[in-house]
Design a protein around this ligand. Structure first.
Ligand SMILES: Cc1cc2nc3c(=O)[nH]c(=O)nc-3n(C[C@H](O)[C@H](O)[C@H](O)COP(=O)(O)OP(=O)(O)OC[C@H]3O[C@@H](n4cnc5c(N)ncnc54)[C@H](O)[C@@H]3O)c2cc1C
Length: 434
């Protein structure tokens, strides 16, 4: 009888799972890998706490696969998150569900899982052939490896060669030309989970490495809850990764993308429960004219009307009913010109990002103390958040016209180097009398 033998190339989680399924089906399996040991990226993933899967309802879970969700639905139906947890348990690794719904091994590590997995494979007779990088592939299949001498002609082969990130861990995307050479169409490799470079003001440099917890990040109609970390030139972390494919596509199409940090979680923690929201100054004004808010948060970088002009309109516009609403500016701009013009326009509190719940609390408490935000009604309050967005100028002008807003200047984000950055203390003292 001719033995059916399958070669699995790539000893990451995908290859090891393929080997496991094949071996359990009674086939002879060889697993080849370029590196001296298997599962290097999996081990690296375990360093920061291995997030195995998610406990959310299946329909929501499948949304994570975006345009591939129909294909993923079939695969996931065959091996749902619960089955992955059972598989881990079978390998001797118990899992738990974190408060965010993410599922981790109880010790967060990948090494015990990998060890259990390799033991099981060995017990089933799977042979591991490390230090062999696949460099040639021909119909047959015929596999050739980088030493030039080793070849393999199995009954079938499974390629599980990973993506192109972290090449030092083994997967370098070198298989792309190999498959293209065989006439297989390959989609260009793109980052799937990545951080982003942000155009922060210089003020943010001091916060590189600062963790941001319990965030809600929003991009378009997608939302991600979790954590992130500020980097020297941007932002990364779990909540960012969850949106990174959408951000990546937007950047590829338009050259930029705006990721919103939702203040609502902070505010909810403080007892606020009713929110109006707007992506631009004009629409925000329209909203609070129609449905008065008790507190307004506004960014400076609104386009094309900035947050200072927005505040001027609130204070001096025709609509008397909105003139006294407390306005809190939230920004990374600490340039003297921005801070003083915000103060002159009637901004009540000036909050410099990155925000912390504590900082927000201190400012709102101060507003309560000076009677701008009566404490007795704080918990019933409705707040409006106006955040930055790129809008077609035509749209803005139409809405501004509709509500009788006279635009004094178009926004020129203040970036002049002569315009000195104010310190936290200077900003606090400018606003202390408010
Ligand atoms: C820092 C970090 C943290 C992460 N955290 C998580 C997490 O918490 N949860 C999660 O689910 N995922 C996480 N990931 C992602 C996860 O590690 C990968 O999605 C997963 O390893 C992909 O598995 P794979 O088997 O497809 O590819 P890989 O793990 O990359 O395995 C592919 C294997 O193929 C081998 N190979 C490649 N080319 C050849 C060749 N030509 N010849 C022979 N062998 C070859 C490589 O050496 C490698 O061993 C993280 C990744 C990183 C880098």
């Amino acid at each position: 009888m001719i033995e059916t033998r399958v070669a699995v190339v790539g000893a990451g989680p995908a290859g090891l799972m393929a080997a496991w399924a094949l071996a359990r089906a009674g086939l002879a399996v060889d697993v080849w890998d370029a590196m001296p040991s298997p599962g290097r990226k999996l081990l690296m993933a375990g360093k920061g706490g291995l997030n195995l899967t998610h406990a959310e309802p299946l329909a929501k879970f499948l949304e994570r696969y975006r345009e591939e969700s129909p294909l993923a639905a079939r695969c996931v139906a065959a091996f749902p998150p619960q089955a992955l947890r059972a598989f881990a348990a079978e390998l001797g690794v118990e899992t738990f569900e974190g408060s965010s719904g993410r599922v981790f091994p109880t010790d967060f590590k990948a090494a015990p899982l990998l060890r259990g997995w390799l033991r099981r494979l060995k017990a089933r007779g799977v042979r591991l052939r490390v230090r062999h990088r696949l460099t040639g592939l021909a119909a047959g299949p015929l596999l050739t490896f980088d030493d030039g001498a080793t070849t393999d002609a199995p009954s079938a082969c499974v390629l599980a060669l990973g993506g192109g990130s972290w090449p030092k861990l083994g997967s370098d995307g070198g298989w792309v030309p190999l498959l293209e050479g065989l006439g297989v169409a390959v989609r260009p490799l793109v980052p799937a989970n990545c951080g982003f470079v942000a155009r922060f003001s210089p003020h943010m440099a001091a916060f590189a490495g600062a963790p941001l917890k319990n965030l809600i990040l929003r991009f378009g109609d997608r939302e991600a809850q979790g954590e992130a970390v500020l980097t020297a030139d941007g932002i990364e972390g779990g909540a960012v990764y969850a949106l990174s494919a959408d951000l990546r596509d937007a950047i590829a199409a338009r050259g930029h993308a705006i990721l919103h940090l939702d203040l609502k979680q902070f505010l909810r923690n403080m007892g606020f429960h009713s929110f109006l929201e707007s992506d631009n100054a004009a629409d925000g004004l329209k909203q609070i004219i129609g449905e008065p808010a008790d507190l307004v948060f506004v960014e400076y970088d609104l386009l094309p009307v900035n947050g200072v002009e927005f505040t001027r309109f609130v204070r001096h516009g025709k609509q008397a009913q909105i003139r006294t609403v407390p306005v809190v500016m939230v920004t990374t701009h600490t340039e003297a010109e921005v801070v003083t013009s915000a103060r002159e326009a009637g901004v009540d509190a000036f909050l410099v990002k990155p925000l912390s719940g504590k900082n927000l609390h201190v400012h709102l408490e101060r507003l309560e103390k000076v009677g701008r935000l009566p404490s007795s009604v704080v918990r019933e309050q409705k707040s409006l958040r106006v955040k930055q967005a790129h809008l077609a100028v035509g749209d803005i002008d139409r809405i501004l016209d509709e509500i009788g807003f006279k635009r004094e200047h178009t926004v020129e984000a203040v970036r002049s180097t002569e315009n000195r950055m104010l310190t936290d203390e200077e900003i606090a003292s400018l606003f202390s009398g408010r």
